[in-house]
Write a protein that binds this ligand. Structure first.
Ligand code: GLU
Length: 384
């Protein structure tokens, strides 16, 4: 075979995607697997969102959209920031992409030169370091600890800053830890970045899924140096529809749009109409989010209590729909432990390796209570 590039040879497959695929393959072969792998709501999107997509099909609104996303959707995104976060943006400060993942990829490509550093609190989402490296950058993890609820220490971040630091990434609520950063932590991190003219990338995908504590928009402290990464997947259960959006300074958004215009063009047109409805039909969407949050909260408590009672230490996270469980009782190597769980107990989890969480695994509780009880029983049996 002719050659592959060096950067692609070095690129690892996403382990969230890989372990989810593994669990689904086993399911397809007829095994009853409880998949707690992908972070994917098990709810269907709200009816008004479906209706908007159906109406768009009926009207034949199927053509290309602008590379930066439809104007009406970017306006609706501005409305969301005004209403929910007291942040004022204009449509030219918004980009719509194929999932939050593409917003983030565009952004790293737009700001990093070879050797530039990006500080990321760890455990982190698996795709951050991979995307940073693809853009020529260097990921700089700053460890957080389960006993601190995985909230980063601003002082530890300050120590990690060098002349090459271009971005500090914050992700609250966090994937994979579920940590919700207190207001003073967000403020301290943003202010130390702003003083040094470092970008803040704020991955806010889980904003709406907070059970205790409050969401603090980083952009409230330095809007001109912050890029918000957001999307429709988690709050509105629109994962496969692939709509993410970014909000930031006009020049950055323009640069990201140039890249997107060459790489993929505008995101899916029908899905954009659906997300307009999700953002603009405020009351209906709010009711949907409240309904899902109530379910997630109950599931979180059952799962955390259950895992701890089995001797798998698991902090109770304040947001998102993940827990990080210590699997060392099963095996000291977390990948072996995850494989044991999948192959012997038929419970799919994502090992902590690529999240920079040795000895641990991520379990998603975006699955039914019945499945959670089933998973706990199976893990108990395996441990016994
Ligand atoms: N963000 C979700 C997760 O962490 C979806 C999979 C992915 O894109 O990594 O499971």
């Amino acid at each position: 075979m002719p050659q592959l590039s060096e950067s692609i040879k070095k690129l690892k497959a996403s382990s969230t995607v890989a372990f989810n695929t593994k669990a689904n393959e086993l399911k397809r072969s007829g095994v009853d697997v409880v998949a707690m792998t992908a972070g994917e709501p098990d709810f269907q999107p709200p009816a008004h969102v479906f209706a908007a997509a159906q109406e768009a099909i009926a009207k034949g609104l199927t053509k290309y959209t602008p590379a930066e996303g439809m104007f009406e959707l970017r306006e609706a995104v501005c409305g969301k920031f005004e209403r929910e976060n007291k942040l004022s943006y204009s449509p030219e400060q918004i980009i719509v992409s194929t999932g939050g993942k593409q917003v983030l990829y565009n952004a790293f490509m737009a700001v990093l030169n070879p050797g530039d550093e990006v500080i990321i609190p760890a455990p982190y989402w698996v795709s951050y370091p991979a995307q940073i490296q693809l853009a020529g950058g260097v990921p700089v993890p700053v460890m957080t600890r389960p006993e601190d609820g995985f909230v980063p220490e601003p002082e530890a971040i300050r120590t990690a800053i060098t002349d090459r630091t271009r971005v500090i990434l914050i992700n609250s609520p966090s994937n994979p830890t579920g940590a919700v950063y207190p207001r003073e932590v967000v403020k301290a991190i943003v202010e130390m970045a702003a003083e040094r003219d470092i970008w803040i990338f704020s991955d806010d995908l889980y904003e709406h899924l907070i059970y205790e504590g409050e969401f603090t928009p980083a952009a409230q402290y330095a809007q001109d140096k912050t890029l918000i990464i957001h999307g429709a997947s988690k709050a509105y259960a629109l994962t496969g529809w692939r709509i993410g959006y970014g909000a930031g300074p006009k020049e950055l958004i323009k640069a990201m749009t140039r890249l997107q215009g060459q790489a993929t063009s505008g995101a899916n047109s029908l899905a954009q109409y659906a997300v307009i409805a999700a953002l603009n039909e405020v009351e209906k969407t709010r009711a949907f989010i409240e309904m899902t949050k109530k379910a997630y909260l109950e599931r979180r408590d059952v799962l955390v209590t259950g895992l701890n009672s089995l001797g798998l230490k698991t902090p109770r996270p304040q947001g998102a729909f993940y827990v990080m469980a210590d699997l060392t009782r099963l095996h000291e190597d977390e990948t072996e432990a995850a494989l044991l769980l999948l192959e012997k107990a038929h419970v799919g989890v994502v090992p902590g390796t690529d999240f920079n969480a040795p000895g641990q695994a991520r379990l998603s509780y975006a699955t039914s209570l019945e499945n959670i009880h089933k998973a706990l029983e199976r893990i108990k049996k395996l441990l016994d």
